[in-house]
Design a protein around this ligand. Structure first.
Ligand code: ATP
Length: 248
């Protein structure tokens, strides 16, 4: 970048996105931008559209209308290039229970096309990062839910993605897993990575995120820092939101 120039280009740009499932609206006119190195938290009650939104970013789903660009490229036109930049952790873990943690990562390393010469080192690195190195030779069927979640996150990091997208990574996991995931997000931010997570816990997002996006019945209700949201939300709206999130 030119000396003194201000970087204004967003890394991810979502513009007026609509998504329906068989006529049922899941997202309605959602627009926002994410800048490199930011942590974005997406929050909202059950069915608000959080998973739908991140599945569009991860190119697993396509919007009916609207545009999503990552690094200036339309994700529908360059899905392969975009996928190289993304690590995606879905809500459900995708692991082979009869294989060990190492063998599962070896499998995923093959899917990502990681060269044999670096694969072993990379697998050990992500195992250490997610505090699973001492269990690397244990079968996944002996793992707790939190350990499985951490292993899935480890798999998504094997190809060194610039952007990590995680769908409710801390839902229903133990305290060690929750703090390991929080540490990982902070560490990734320090090294310039961008992270997007969905969550039902506003306190957790407040601690980790630069910006928060609140989805409500498919529409963007608020987008900004927690401070901005608390400042701009009317008391009634906020109370309603908190109640809905507690129910979720
Ligand atoms: P949760 O917190 O429960 O995971 P969410 O905010 O992630 O919810 P989505 O899963 O994105 O919400 O769902 C948004 C809406 O789209 C809901 O009404 C849901 O029923 C609907 N929906 C999601 N996926 C599908 C699908 N594959 N087919 C039909 N409807 C769907």
């Amino acid at each position: 970048m030119r000396k003194g120039a201000i970087e204004t280009d967003s890394l991810i740009s979502v513009s007026n996105v609509f998504k329906n499932y068989k006529g049922r609206k899941a997202l309605e006119g959602v627009s926002f931008e994410v800048f490199g190195g930011e942590v974005l938290g997406i929050i909202g009650p059950n069915g608000a559209g959080k998973t739908t939104l991140i599945s569009l970013l991860a190119t697993i789903n396509k919007p009916e209308t609207g545009k999503i660009s990552i690094k200036g490229a339309d994700i529908l036109k360059k899905p392969d290039i975009i996928r190289e930049s993304l690590g995606y952790v879905p809500q459900e873990t995708a692991l082979y229970p009869m294989l060990t943690a190492y063998e599962n990562l070896d499998f995923w390393g093959g899917i990502y096309g990681i060269e044999k010469s670096v694969k072993k080192e990379k697998i050990n690195e992500v195992l250490k990062l997610l505090k699973l190195y001492d269990r690397k030779n244990d079968k996944v069927k002996t793992f707790s839910g939190g350990m499985k979640k951490r292993l899935n996150i480890a798999a998504s990091l094997l190809h060194d993605p610039e952007i990590l997208i995680m769908d409710e990574p801390t839902a229903g996991v133990d305290l060690l897993s929750r703090s390991t995931i929080a540490e990982l997000i902070k560490r990734l931010k320090k090294s310039g990575h961008t992270t997007i997570i969905t969550s039902h816990y506003i306190d957790e997002l407040e601690e980790l995120c630069d910006k928060i996006l609140v989805l409500w019945e498919g529409s963007l209700l608020y987008f900004g820092s927690v401070k901005d949201i608390l400042r701009s939300a009317s008391a009634d709206n906020l109370e309603q939101l908190m109640l809905k999130l507690e129910e979720a």
